[in-house]
Design a protein around this ligand. Structure first.
Ligand code: FEO
Length: 399
């Protein structure tokens, strides 16, 4: 795709990757992605903000060449060194030999290790500016751990553009490029937050506070649409998702289940019914059909969880273990936990789950609820009773 002017003298010079389906091994990318790089020639000196993943280098270089002679590029600003943005840096520095890398101190070592050589960068700190001549200035905002230690934002006052690299991005490829022109991609925007930024909520909030006062017209991330319709609305989404629950709010229970024939699912619904009857807010989630990041996010905010699994070959099923294997970094101490499940002949899953919940520091006081095949009316009543007891236990929690 050819360059696109996003503001006077500021161009998108990135690459589209519509075929990508898995990003960084772990992340689904059902709509592909983009590697957004930007070229600023609003002043007397030319700057490039981030580059692209290495296989897309020729396309990126062609875009740059269509606007300027690469030898006239004075700066390459590296907001983040993950190779989807810096993978082309070494090649570009050879084609743009007069360009100096601009990065912060945290980034310097990453650059050195990616290029396997020193580059004598222009080191910038929070609030520093870079004069491009002609009254055009770029200002740098230290924004570490979003999502690597090296990350920073770059603000171009003249166009009121904030270049945020991954922050506020999305794996969503559409050559219409701007958020007001592409279809609704809110699912991709939220998924990207859940996978990439959810573990860094504190840093998300700190960064949002830092840029709150900026006069913003455009947010230009390094993946997905450029945000120009209402940039602050996207920032507010991040703020909402990153804000921790206020203590003293209504108690909440999550009921997760993995069910082969609907029997464990029926128990889940009854546990939920019992807990709701005691005034607790309950959400039931099918583990096999829900995004991991969303489940982790909800667990972090919940007061308790009940986890149900069918027993297959003497064990809980894989989606349940997948979820439980991703909770170790959360602070779960004091949250209430419980386990349940329907089984055919052995029924080990609920006990194994309860043991794992204890290992994760959940408070597990309930005996695992085990039901042979199709739950009877008594079994369903027992599940409801379990829900009621869990609710009382939540209400007895301090805080
Ligand atoms: Fe898009 Fe953290 O790289």
């Amino acid at each position: 795709m050819r360059p696109v002017e996003i503001a006077e003298g500021v161009y998108w010079v990135g690459a589209l990757d519509p075929q990508l389906r898995v990003f960084d091994i772990i992340m689904k990318a059902d709509h592909g992605t983009t590697y957004n790089s930007y070229l600023v020639k609003a002043g007397e000196k030319v700057a490039v903000v981030d580059t692209v993943k290495e296989p897309f280098y020729e396309e990126f270089l062609e875009n740059v060449r269509s606007l300027v002679d690469p030898r006239d590029v004075s700066y390459v600003i590296v907001n983040h060194t993950e190779p989807d943005h810096s993978g082309s840096l070494g090649r570009f520095l050879r084609d743009a030999p007069n360009a100096r890398v601009v990065c912060d101190r945290n980034c310097r070592n990453f650059v050195r290790n990616i290029l396997n050589r020193d580059v004598d960068p222009v080191l910038v700190q929070d609030g520093d500016t870079l004069d491009l001549g002609g009254g055009v200035e770029m200002r740098f905002v230290h924004a570490p751990f979003l999502h690597w230690p090296d990350t920073m934002f770059t603000y171009l006052e003249q166009g009121k553009i904030l270049f945020t690299c991954d922050f506020l991005g999305a794996h969503y490829c559409d050559d219409r490029l701007f958020d007001d022109l592409v279809d609704d991609y809110s699912h991709a925007f939220e998924y990207y937050y859940l996978v990439i930024f959810r573990p860094f909520k504190k840093y998300v909030l700190e960064a949002l506070d830092k840029v709150q006062g900026l006069d913003l017209r455009v947010i230009a991330p390094s993946h997905g649409p450029i945000l120009r319709s209402d940039p602050r609305a996207y920032m507010e989404k991040y703020r909402e998702w990153s804000s921790l629950p206020v203590p003293g709010q209504e108690k909440s229970l999550l009921v997760f289940y993995a069910s082969a024939y609907g029997n464990t699912a029926a128990l889940a619904e009854k546990i939920a019914e019992g807990a709701r009857s005691e005034g607790v807010k309950v959400t039931v989630m099918d583990v096999a059909a829900t995004e991991l990041g969303l489940m982790i996010d909800r667990i972090e905010a919940a007061d308790g969880i009940a986890v149900g699994s069918a027993t297959i070959n003497g064990d809980a099923v894989e989606p349940v273990w997948y979820l439980l294997s991703h909770l170790a970094t959360l602070n779960l101490k004091g949250k209430v936990g419980a386990a349940f499940g329907s089984y055919g002949w052995s029924g080990e899953a609920p006990k194994l789950i309860a043991d794992r919940l204890r290992g994760l520091k959940f408070k597990v006081e309930e005996e695992p609820l085990r039901v042979n095949l199709v739950p009877t009316e008594e079994d369903l009543e027992a599940a409801k009773d379990m829900g009621r007891r869990l609710a009382r236990s939540l209400r007895a929690q301090v805080g």
